[in-house]
Design a protein around this ligand. Structure first.
Ligand SMILES: [Zn+2]
Length: 423
């Protein structure tokens, strides 16, 4: 790529990000805000429109002299798709470039029993269905990121180990891309180019908690907070650490793997092969052990998790002794580990996701008491505790966000409408 092409791409990205961050505005205003000259902005806007990324908005009738300006706004046609594989379901979420959720679907699935091949078949079906549904609403998926519950080497897109699934060294990115290419080959004329557009930029994978942390950082209740610690309670326990506005990845992308801190009950075996991991004290299995007998319907994995959590919440609201004692025990164990992490990272926000967000009201007091005891930073280092409003969709949202970021960084990755249709 020549220097000129480089500069052009950079300027396209600047205009697109400006419109996304600051909202609709006239070309003159974009020029003033970005420091680019007006003729350049007009040409950049024309190219972004050809790529389906921006469109004409309302006519601006702001006070003052001069003729009313035609505004430009983000076109929601281009979307990012985030998918997630968990122990008991697959999920797909599509976000458009305006940040609006197009669709969210969840398919219950016993992933450990089904195994790698059949799960990835199901995932390809769920993703294809999502692309088709977006297409029916005039939208096009321009990128796919899959959230996985384990240690993901992001560059080749390989899931190295997911103890809760029992998966090791699975090339999820390549295998899903190959399946989607197969689906495209047999799809009808409408769907074929849409699937191919979805995988044109490659399929990417990342750790689910890292993507959840990114979602919280970019679109959650504490969006924009530059130091954020995200901990999500599901079958496993995941963590994502945002330091100074960036995700802490470490050398190979495994950063934030907090579920296996050796601070749990030493008698409890963990899926990773060790025992006494933190996950064994605060993961979903620990919660269910605390609040219910194995025969209780809230412990029945065949019942949807959100239904079971709603029932536990109902019991807590009614003041059920065992439920409240169990949740307090979770709060204490959660506090033990988070105190360590707060001492390490000094976050502004401790964001609790997954089941912690659903039941946090009932263990918050125990958690805070534990933090007050163990966090050595004065005033808890200014850390506030929040319950995620994104809930179980956080990882998918983060995935869709990452897919859209690729478009925002390089708008030329989306072909112009003239050349794109026949792909
Ligand atoms: Zn473990």
């Amino acid at each position: 790529m020549s220097d000129g092409q480089h500069l052009r791409r950079h300027n396209l990205a600047t205009v697109l990000r400006e419109l996304r961050a600051a909202g609709p505005r006239s070309r003159a205003r974009i020029a003033a805000d970005t420091g680019l000259n007006k003729a350049t902005v007009s040409s950049l806007v024309a190219e972004l429109a050809e790529r389906g990324l921006v469109r004409d908005g309302e006519v601006e009738r702001g006070g003052g002299v001069g003729r009313p300006g035609q505004t430009v706004e983000i076109d929601g046609r281009i979307c990012g798709l985030g998918a997630e594989v968990t122990v008991d379901h697959l999920a797909v979420l599509v976000l458009d470039l305006r940040g609006e959720e197009m669709l969210y679907t969840r398919t219950p699935l016993d992933v450990p029993r089904l195994g790698v091949e059949r799960t990835l078949d199901e995932l390809a079906t769920a993703v294809t269905t999502g692309i088709a549904a977006a297409g029916e609403r005039g939208r096009e998926v321009a990128g796919i990121t899959v959230a996985l519950p384990g240690m993901v080497e992001t560059a080749p897109g390989v899931l190295r180990h997911a103890p809760t699934l029992g998966w090791r060294d699975v090339g999820v990115a390549d295998q899903l891309a190959a399946r989607l290419a197969d689906r495209a080959a047999t799809a009808d004329r409408e769907l074929r180019p849409r699937i191919r557009a979805g995988i044109r930029a490659g399929v990417h994978t990342d750790n689910a908690a890292n993507l959840g942390a990114l979602a919280e950082h970019t679109m959650g209740a504490s969006a924009g907070v530059s130091d954020l610690l995200y901990i999500t309670g599901e079958t496993g326990v995941g963590g994502g650490v945002i330091v100074d506005g960036a995700l802490l990845r470490g050398t190979q992308g495994y950063g934030g793997e907090i579920g296996h801190l050796p601070i749990g009950d030493p008698a409890q075996p963990c899926g990773c092969g060790q025992s006494g991991c933190w996950e064994t004290s605060i993961g979903l299995a620990a919660l269910l052990r605390e609040v219910a007998d194995p025969s209780d319907r809230v412990a029945d994995p065949a019942v949807d998790l959100e239904v079971r959590l709603a029932e536990i919440r109902r019991r807590a609201e009614l003041g059920d002794g065992r439920t409240l004692r169990g949740l307090r025990a979770i709060g204490v164990s959660l506090g033990l580990g988070t105190a360590t992490l707060i001492n390490l990272f000094n976050p502004r926000v401790l964001m609790l996701g997954g089941y912690f967000a659903v039941l946090g009201d009932f263990f918050r007091e125990a958690l805070e008491a534990e933090l007050d005891k163990r966090v050595v930073l004065p005033g808890r280092g200014g850390c506030r505790i929040e319950l995620s409003s994104l809930g179980f969709t956080a990882a998918c949202r983060g995935g869709a966000h990452v897919a859209l970021e690729a478009v925002l960084t390089d708008p030329t990755s989306v072909p112009t409408r003239l050349s794109g249709g026949a792909a």
